[in-house]
Write a new protein. Structure first.
Length: 562
């Protein structure tokens, strides 16, 4: 029987199951048939050449490449925005270069003009907030789209959108003085970036790709390595961008290079990167999506834009051997803690403003500090944390016979005396709690730093808490698996998309607005206020995370890969 016909049969049987009592297993044979086809597809994939098989090393190459391209235009973008404002809307300033010149150079009097700085700040803020608002509506949908149509196709659309971003900048630079709107046409970047999910969708799809091809006890280590490689790219990017500008003498050179590299990345994703999901997994996700869409249509969808967050709501479950039904709040509590963590982390840009103000740093020194902090986090996540995770997760568990006094030991045949090994997800949960606690200590010490050197040292030590995000993602995937069952692996994009929506809301919209307004109103009288607010957010996240529970996995359970 062909795969398409069996999928059709399952779809029909699921429609029938809605008309039958829930305790009638009308679709069990078809589900077993799909499981067989999925297993056959997985075995066929294992026989393919190495470069045609999905593997973590693909992402450990693509992730730092993408992060480097993303970050080496950041410092140039700030200077470019100032130049555009000076050229298109000058405050009694006449530029000495035309838009056709190969290099940008503007008068210091223009860059330090309060009107120019206010306009640049307003432009940057509007772009950031608009990007976050649009991403709020799209991030979760991209995650669900990747479950139904594949990770590589989703990444292909995202990288193509990123390929368009430097082109928009270059069009505004060369033709903004001729087009209506001038430099405000840069809002097109916010629209395109928000549509492809800003900077949060691509990492979420990468994590879903990893979850498809790794076992549960491996995920935290791979997630850590992935985030570390991303931070390494972000740390190297500004240095590389400054080097390119210095050697070429052209501020626009990094934007042309970014467009070229994004085109190459998009080609690799569309044409070379192997797909991690099988056709059976994608068809299952399509059928479930259609069922959910049918159910939501029958009940109305007044808050359709909140649908990506529904996956994080508490689920009704019943304990084995009991007829009572209760709600499992673990995934919801984890998501709330995750939101507060990103709310605290969004104070980072204001922390750097604080350092510029208190320690009289300049932009060049700040750039070096950002690179040092980013590389320290990358070093911890790629070289230190993964070996620690492997050691603690794969350490042989002790038994009751081994811990008892020799005279009290029972024969080895008494299996009931063995202590059941802890679930690997308990370690991930403990790692998340320890990481939040380290963040709390960092927010306590930073406002006490008497010098810029100690400020950098305390922030660098805070890198020991960088394992928080990979640990939370690993725990969330396990909680979701226990919530929805065997379809969780194929639908990991939906979960990670929902968490990305949380990140977009709190890290890209609410956080910058809250900390920006707090810092602006307190910098003259009490500039350390932002650290106390961040401390409160992190403490609340820690307390909520303390209520999350992950029960041990039964001894006879096995880890499987897709």
């Amino acid at each position: 029987m062909s795969q398409s016909s069996s999928i059709h049969r399952v779809a029909s049987s699921r429609s029938t199951s809605r008309r039958n009592p829930p305790d009638v297993p009308v679709n069990q044979p078809e589900d077993e048939e799909l499981e067989d086809e999925h297993e056959q597809a997985r075995k066929v994939r294992e026989q393919l050449p190495l470069w045609k098989r999905p593997a973590p090393w693909w992402l450990l190459v693509l992730t730092p490449f993408s992060a480097t391209v993303l970050s080496f235009t950041v410092s140039a973008q700030v200077e470019l925005f100032t130049e555009l404002v000076c050229r298109i809307d000058p405050p009694e300033y006449q530029p000495s270069h035309s838009f056709g010149d190969s290099a940008f150079a503007f008068s210091p009097s223009c860059s330090s003009d309060p009107k120019v700085q206010a306009t640049v700040t307003r432009l940057t803020t509007i772009i950031t907030v608009l990007t976050g608002i649009i991403a709020f509506f799209t991030v979760g949908r991209w995650g669900s789209f990747s479950d139904r149509h594949g990770r590589t196709r989703t990444l292909g659309f995202i990288t193509f959108g990123q390929f368009l971003l430097p082109f928009i900048t270059l069009i505004v630079v060369h033709y903004g003085h001729l087009l209506p709107g001038g430099y405000w046409l840069l809002l097109g970047e916010a629209v395109v970036s928000g549509f492809v999910g800003s900077s949060v969708t691509e990492p979420a799809v990468y994590l879903a790709y990893l979850s498809d091809i790794t076992t549960p006890d491996q995920r935290a280590g791979y997630f850590s390595a992935l985030q570390g490689s991303m931070l390494a790219g972000i740390g190297v990017g500004p240095l590389l961008g400054s080097f390119i500008i210095q050697k070429t003498g052209n501020l626009l050179s990094v934007f042309y290079l970014a467009a070229l590299l994004r085109f190459i990345q998009s080609g690799v994703v569309w044409l070379i990167l192997p797909e991690s999901l099988t056709q059976v997994q994608m068809q299952r996700a399509i059928m479930k999506h259609e069922e959910e869409a049918l159910a939501s249509t029958s009940t109305g969808r007044p808050f359709f834009f909140l649908e990506p967050l529904l996956v994080l709501l508490p689920a009704k479950i019943s304990r084995p051997g009991s007829s009572k039904v209760h709600r499992d709040w673990n995934l919801t509590l984890l998501a709330v803690s995750y939101a507060l963590i990103f709310l605290a982390a969004s104070s980072l840009i204001n922390q750097f403003y604080y350092a510029l103000y208190m320690f009289q740093w300049d932009a060049e020194y700040l750039g070096y500090c950002i690179s040092v902090i980013g590389l320290a986090r990358a070093l911890f996540l790629t070289c230190i944390l993964p070996p620690l995770i492997r050691y603690f997760k794969h350490r042989p568990p002790k038994t009751a016979n081994e811990t008892a006094h020799p005279s009290e030991r029972e024969p080895l045949l008494h299996e009931s005396t063995r202590r059941r090994p802890s679930s690997p997800f308990l370690f991930d949960l403990r790692l998340a709690r320890v990481s939040v606690f380290i963040d709390i200590l960092m927010y306590v010490t930073l406002p006490l730093a008497p010098s810029g050197a100690l400020f950098i040292l305390f922030t660098t030590i805070g890198s020991l808490g960088a394992g928080l995000t990979p640990a939370v993602n690993a725990v969330a995937l396990e909680l979701y698996r226990r919530k929805v069952g065997k379809d969780a692996r194929a639908e990991s994009g939906k979960l990670l998309g929902g968490l990305s929506v949380v990140q977009a809301i709190f890290a890209n919209v609410l956080g910058p607005l809250m900390y920006g307004s707090i810092y602006a109103s307190t910098v003259a009288t009490s500039p350390r206020t932002i650290f106390f607010v961040a401390l409160g957010n992190a403490t609340a996240a820690f307390l909520i995370l303390a209520f999350v529970r992950v029960s041990p996995v039964p001894e006879d359970s096995e880890n499987t890969t897709a």
